[in-house]
Ligand binder design. Sequence first.
Ligand SMILES: *[C@@H]1O[C@H](CO)[C@@H](O)[C@H](O)[C@H]1NC(C)=O
Ligand SMILES: *[C@@H]1O[C@H](CO)[C@@H](O)[C@H](O)[C@H]1NC(C)=O
Ligand SMILES: *[C@@H]1O[C@H](CO)[C@@H](O)[C@H](O)[C@H]1NC(C)=O
Ligand SMILES: *[C@@H]1O[C@H](CO)[C@@H](O)[C@H](O)[C@H]1NC(C)=O
Ligand SMILES: *[C@@H]1O[C@H](CO)[C@@H](O)[C@H](O)[C@H]1NC(C)=O
Ligand SMILES: *[C@@H]1O[C@H](CO)[C@@H](O)[C@H](O)[C@H]1NC(C)=O
Ligand SMILES: *[C@@H]1O[C@H](CO)[C@@H](O)[C@H](O)[C@H]1NC(C)=O
Ligand SMILES: *[C@@H]1O[C@H](CO)[C@@H](O)[C@H](O)[C@H]1NC(C)=O
Ligand SMILES: *[C@@H]1O[C@H](CO)[C@@H](O)[C@H](O)[C@H]1NC(C)=O
Length: 499
Amino acid sequence: MLLNTLILSVISLQLCSAFHIKRNLNGSDDSIWDYDDEDKKIQGVTFGGWFVLEPYITPSLFEQFGDDETEIPVDEYTFTQQLGKEEAQKQLDEHWATWYTEKDFKDAKNFGLNLIRLPIGYWAFGLLDDDPYVQGQEKYLDKAIEWAKENDLKVWVDLHGLPGSQNGFDNSGKRGNVTWQDEEENIKLSYKTLSYIFGKYGVENYTDTVIGIEIANEPFGPKLNITELYEFYYNNYYDFRVEQESRNTFVIHDAFELIGYWNHHLNNDYPNVSKPFINDELHDKGLSKNYFHDIVVDHHHYEVFSVEAVKESPNTRAQNIRNLGEGIAKEQEYHPSIVGEWSGAITDCAKWLNGVGTGARYDDTFNETQLIRANSVNGTQESLFKFKDEKKSCENVTYYEDFSDEHKEHIRHYIEIQLITYENTNAGWIFWNYKTETAIEWDFKKLVEKDLFPHPFDDYKYFYKNGTQISESAASSTTNSFSLFTITLIALVVSFIIG
Ligand SMILES: *[C@@H]1O[C@H](CO)[C@@H](O)[C@H](O)[C@H]1NC(C)=O
Ligand SMILES: *[C@@H]1O[C@H](CO)[C@@H](O)[C@H](O)[C@H]1NC(C)=O
Ligand SMILES: *[C@@H]1O[C@H](CO)[C@@H](O)[C@H](O)[C@H]1NC(C)=O
Ligand SMILES: *[C@@H]1O[C@H](CO)[C@@H](O)[C@H](O)[C@H]1NC(C)=O
Ligand SMILES: *[C@@H]1O[C@H](CO)[C@@H](O)[C@H](O)[C@H]1NC(C)=O
Ligand SMILES: *[C@@H]1O[C@H](CO)[C@@H](O)[C@H](O)[C@H]1NC(C)=O
Ligand SMILES: *[C@@H]1O[C@H](CO)[C@@H](O)[C@H](O)[C@H]1NC(C)=O
Ligand SMILES: *[C@@H]1O[C@H](CO)[C@@H](O)[C@H](O)[C@H]1NC(C)=O
Ligand SMILES: *[C@@H]1O[C@H](CO)[C@@H](O)[C@H](O)[C@H]1NC(C)=O
């Protein structure tokens, strides 16, 4: 109800100003990046853990709070809250200046990558009244885009954290409940932030480098009011294309809906679907004919965020990826899509991967309830639940130094089938993440250095280029006992988090 008023006002706002800007209403022949072009496949990485802290990417920032995990902040919100503005500012200024530097852009280029995805939270641009966050990220985002340009890299700007949290993950800035749609001020600030981003980074003088703006990372569809999410996507599309006159690529995350879910949305061929979300007057003017263009759907794929997934054999994982590829291939005629997050992870054992104070599914020390705990300081303190099963241990699968050769093979095997599949079936891939302090399965740089990530990217050991496995050597002996359909569903629906 709260939102109705707001959406009405957004729409009437649109009506008032709808007819004086015409440039982008009918599509453009000059896309700044053609995601359908075979020669323009995205081979990218995310520079994560920079403007949005993630405990598992930079645990050292969180270790200063001691060993008692109930006392350690769980996200950037509680990090800044517990340190206070002054100390948080000091530490984050230092972090922004050092975690990624110009050298990383140079190195990324030398690795053969062509795109950097840059996650940033709304709080870099505007704050809610009681936010503890500190600011200063924007200057570094601007530098990052400059460094990318100097090194002939393209960029996606990605709004990774929305007010109130669009998913409840620590990587949204605020772990716990999904309250983004609960308050009008959250939605207002979201629109305002995106308008600013569109108007600044979506415009002509950035189009030689910025080739996509992702409006909301991983909004958690199953917990959100999906109608209001549609409205948010459509209203922002209008703002982007018409108000801010951007001809850039409008990137939407799939919101954890099944592959194909967005085919008819934001699509000129299905006015029956879009009509409720664009006002009648625009519709009657024939806007819908070519109104939607340069829209890309972003899928994220991980196979470690369900109890079933961490039990999979290499063959099962490979087959899941092939199945995913088949599904994604069928989408391309509607909107180009991309696997904009994936990793080499075959367990969820990396320290704090699931969040500070949580365990791992792999060794049965994880309980979803732990994630509702936002912070410990005077908060809704809950004890940690650890149900250690001595038969399954993270002991030899957490740090690279302890990995067996077989474990290393399995990681590379999983990475190879993903590279092959994503390049063959869609507009490309963006690996999560470029680097971490200790979580190698999520660390492009270390994986390449340790020869667990093919380099060049098509230097496959375990597969032919058509995705057929060369031998059974990497795939162990084990079975395919889960129903592939079930696994794929689980992987798609449940395999969230991280980015
Ligand atoms: C958009 O297309 C319609 C119908 O083809 C045409 O009447 C209109 O003039 C076009 N608008 C612009 C801005 O090119
Ligand atoms: C982009 O263009 C706008 C207006 O034309 C200008 O204000 C802004 O400084 C430019 N930004 C860059 C990075 O050149
Ligand atoms: C979702 O939002 C729409 C639009 O505001 C509203 O009409 C509908 O009742 C909401 N649905 C639920 C389940 O709250
Ligand atoms: C829109 O129309 C298409 C056929 O043109 C149909 O397949 C689809 O189910 C319709 N969608 C809705 C939401 O009505
Ligand atoms: C998780 O912890 C909650 C709170 O203690 C408990 O009620 C629930 O049974 C636990 N779930 C599992 C699967 O162990
Ligand atoms: C999330 O919601 C539950 C249920 O309303 C509440 O008990 C819990 O304290 C909330 N967690 C946070 C972090 O706000
Ligand atoms: C927690 O409570 C103590 C004592 O009431 C207070 O001094 C402190 O500022 C509180 N901390 C936070 C983060 O609210
Ligand atoms: C870890 O590796 C060591 C050395 O190979 C071995 O002795 C130990 O049993 C392994 N632990 C687990 C839990 O697999
Ligand atoms: C894939 O390529 C290999 C080697 O060229 C070939 O032997 C195999 O038959 C191919 N598989 C398919 C399904 O085309």
